[in-house]
Design a protein around this ligand. Structure first.
Ligand code: AMP
Length: 219
């Protein structure tokens, strides 16, 4: 089962992606996480990607497409995968479709997590992330037990460079201009399922699972 999680920055794709991945025992592939790991390790790819990421704009398609192609060819993706943060524009969606077709696969579900803009800004500006394991917290809505320390692994919490207020606006603009057209793209293909992303994490997970299970019965 191959799932795309769509939605603006701050919609909860990372959080929900992890939970859905556990539920269906398939890997979550976050292009943002892979890029950040490359930046952290100062790889050639990371050095190229960093300037785009810090500005809140998209990294060029050639960098990201190659990365995704390599990842979904791995053995653990045979039974399916969850894409979080990819595709981010129409070109990437086209490339993904052809890539999967070539491997005898397809996109089964596109889950769009929808949250209003005001709430997104609040979520992103208060987000803190573990440097070690990537777990997400929020300074008001989801505090760690010990300030600045990850509950899961004890790693240091930090504010992502692109979660600074001036970059958030740029990221939301990029989303509207480049990524939002994917809603129409996947709706036309009968794959898009909208999920209300406001509310408790487990309720949203439940709604996503329900949408997937409903889809299974209709096929
Ligand atoms: P995210 O963690 O998904 O919010 O991604 C963080 C940043 O990584 C984005 O603002 C982009 O600069 C870059 N990025 C992640 N995924 C993609 C993608 N599919 N295409 C281009 N850039 C991406």
């Amino acid at each position: 089962m191959n799932i795309i999680l769509l939605g603006p920055p701050g919609a909860g794709k990372g959080t929900q992606g992890k939970l859905i991945a556990q539920q269906y025992s398939i890997p979550q592939i976050s292009t943002g996480d892979i890029l950040r790991a490359n930046v952290k390790n100062k790889t050639a790819l990371g050095l190229k990607a960093r300037e785009f990421m810090d500005k809140g704009v998209l990294v060029t398609d050639d960098i990201v497409v190659g990365m995704v192609e390599d990842r979904i060819a791995m053995k653990d993706c045979q039974a399916g995968f969850i894409l979080d943060g990819f595709p981010r524009n129409i070109n990437q969606a086209g490339v993904l479709g052809r890539m999967l077709e070539g491997a005898g696969k397809k996109v089964d579900y596109v889950i769009g997590i929808e949250v209003d803009k005001k709430a997104l800004v609040k979520r992103l500006s208060g987000r803190r992330v573990c440097r070690k394991c990537g777990e997400s917290y929020h300074i008001v809505f989801s505090q760690p037990l010990n300030q600045g320390i990850c509950d899961k692994c004890g790693g240091e919490l930090y504010q992502r460079e692109d979660d600074l207020e001036e970059t958030i606006a740029a990221r939301l603009d990029v989303y509207e201009q480049e990524t939002l057209p994917l809603v129409a793209y996947y709706t036309e293909r009968g794959l898009y399922r909208a999920i209300n992303g406001a509310g408790a994490v487990d309720m949203i997970t439940g709604a996503i699972v329900e949408a997937i299970e409903k889809g299974k019965h209709n096929t």
